[in-house]
Each structure stands twice: as structure tokens, then as C-alpha cells.
Design a protein around this ligand. Sequence first.
Ligand code: C5P
Length: 231
Amino acid sequence: MGLPAKRLIVAIDTPDPVRARELVAAVGPSCGLVKLGLEVFSALGPAAFGVAGAHPVFLDVKLHDIPNTVAGAVRALLVHRPAMLTLHAAGGAAMIAAAREAVEPAGATRPLLLAVTVLTSLSAATLSQIGVAGGPRQQVLRLARLALEAGADGLVCSTGEIAMLRDAFGAAPVLVVPGIRPEGADHGDQARVATPEAAVAAGASYIVVGRPITRADDPAAAAAAIAASIL
Ligand code: C5P
């Protein structure tokens, strides 16, 4: 399957299936993929895929377990045809390789595997609490290399990490970037934010936007405006 041309991914973060369908209908024309994350997937289970209709799905469930279990989960998810799937690079090279092996039978329709390196909610201090010295950037680079060498197709990263990752790994990895706020938008709980234009200019393959669209008075218009800003 070719990659969607539209670079906007909208996060459908709601446990309510009616609201989720409304949001997909509103933003669908402007986005390349819809993101189903842990909230909607925990609430609805695989029925969450039905909410997405015909839109390509970025399934953001950040798998992290022993290789055999992750491979089994990936095989179970394949039937729903997600276009992209996230897993934690910290699960290790064998886990990522097992996930890659599990998607291969789907051939050209297989989901892209995107590795999460360091959650953007973790600071240097919280990383040191869990035994990671050296700070987030060093850890992002280490885990990104491990994940790409083990078979991941790309990475989830923040705008501030894009240049470092493009320098190290070139143009090939798919970089999916959350923490996006249009000029003047409420930052919510996101600490390190960038505008859609800045993220794409820095080298993002796709940007993930949630609340600035889903909590807007007119989500369709908000999504269309962001999509137009990154053409
Ligand atoms: O509402 P907002 O635009 O902050 O939503 C961003 C989405 O991206 C949320 O679904 C969040 O879970 C996800 N995400 C993130 N930071 C990461 C990985 C995923 O904000 N590092």
C-alpha cells in the first residue's frame, strides 16, 4: 500500500463511538489517516476500526511485551488492516524483529511499524528515576538506531528531534510527529510544541493533531485550515 499523501493525522481521542464517528466524518476529507489510540481502543476494542470507516488507520497502541506476545498481538491486529502501528523501542531489538516478521505475510498491505523512543512526557529527571542516564536526546538516538536496525519503518518523535534523526538516518524513515499546536492554540498538557508548518519544514513525514481539531467549535474547518497550511 502506498503511503497517504496528506500529511495530517487526526487523533480521535474519545471513548464515545458516536462522537468518534462524528469526528471522523468531519476531519476525514482533510487528513491522510485517523489515529486510534489507547482511549478509543480500550473503550471499543476492535470495533474502533469500524469508526474509521474507509480511512487509513494509524493504530497507536504502543505495544511493549515479550517478542512472542507482541508478534501474536500484531498478527491479531493485521486482520483489521491498520496502515501504521506503534510499538515501544524499549521492548528491544528481538521484540521489534518479531513484530516485523509478523507483518510480513500481509505483503504490500502490511502496516508500517513505528517505534516510540522516549515518551514526550518523560523529562531528564524522570528518565534518571527509571535508570536512564544521559538525558532524553541520547536515549532517543540510541533507541531509534536499535528500532530501525531491527526492522521498524519509522519513528514517533517530537519536532525538536527531527533534525537529529534525519542527520543520523537520512530521508527514508517515516517520522510521525505529535505535539503540534497551530499559532495561538492552547498547549494543553503538551510541553514541547511546534506549529504544523514548522514540523513539516523540519522534515516530519506526518503530523498528529488532536485537541486543536477535536475540541474546536468546528473540527472540519480546523482540520481543513491545518491541512491547507502544510500543502
Ligand atoms: O491533543 P493532542 O494534539 O495533544 O494529541 C496528540 C496525540 O498524540 C494524543 O493522542 C497523544 O496520545 C499522542 N502522542 C503524543 N506524544 C507522543 C506520542 C503520542 O502526544 N509522544
